[in-house]
Unconditional design. Structure first.
Length: 153
């Protein structure tokens, strides 16, 4: 999924009675319906599906509290596969771990070079966490051994 540089903004204003007003980039949305706090999720899914892109979400409560996040469109259903032989599951393999050690499968979304003190920080929008990229590694949870996925066994 491509993430635009400037995200559309979906704003939810919730009054003291729990009534909901919705706008997208300042334009009223769903004005013909009476909405409540319980409708936030369904309206958000509707908006992101219609826009087909990630959006910035702002929730403004009557008491002045404001929340914001990034929301991505719902996943498209996978196309139906033609009937045929079932594909067997494949294992991802790596080596160099301690005997009996638990090994996790990790997904590398970004890389950052450490500074002169050995510190690194990577800031990513939450929407990027749903994107698929190359970069699977196996991580030893005790030894902290990192092994690139070598082969599909």
């Amino acid at each position: 999924m491509k993430i635009p540089i400037v995200l559309p903004t979906v704003r939810f204003d919730i009054d003291t009675e729990g009534r909901l007003e919705v706008s997208v980039d300042g334009q009223p949305r769903a004005g013909d319906r009476t909405l409540s706090r319980d409708d936030v999720r369904s309206v958000l899914c509707e908006v992101t599906a219609n826009l087909g892109t990630a959006v910035r979400v702002e929730v403004h409560e009557a008491d002045g509290t404001t929340y914001w996040d990034i929301e991505t469109p719902p996943a498209s259903p996978a196309p139906e596969a033609a009937p045929g032989p079932e594909t067997p599951a494949r294992a991802l393999a790596g080596s160099g771990f301690r005997p009996g050690e638990q090994v996790a499968l990790a997904f590398v979304v970004a890389r950052q070079e450490a500074d002169g003190n050995g510190n690194a920080a990577i800031n990513l929008p939450p929407a990027l966490l749903t994107a698929t990229r190359h970069g699977l590694v196996l991580l030893g949870l005790t030894s902290l051994t990192v092994a690139p996925v070598e082969a599909q066994a």
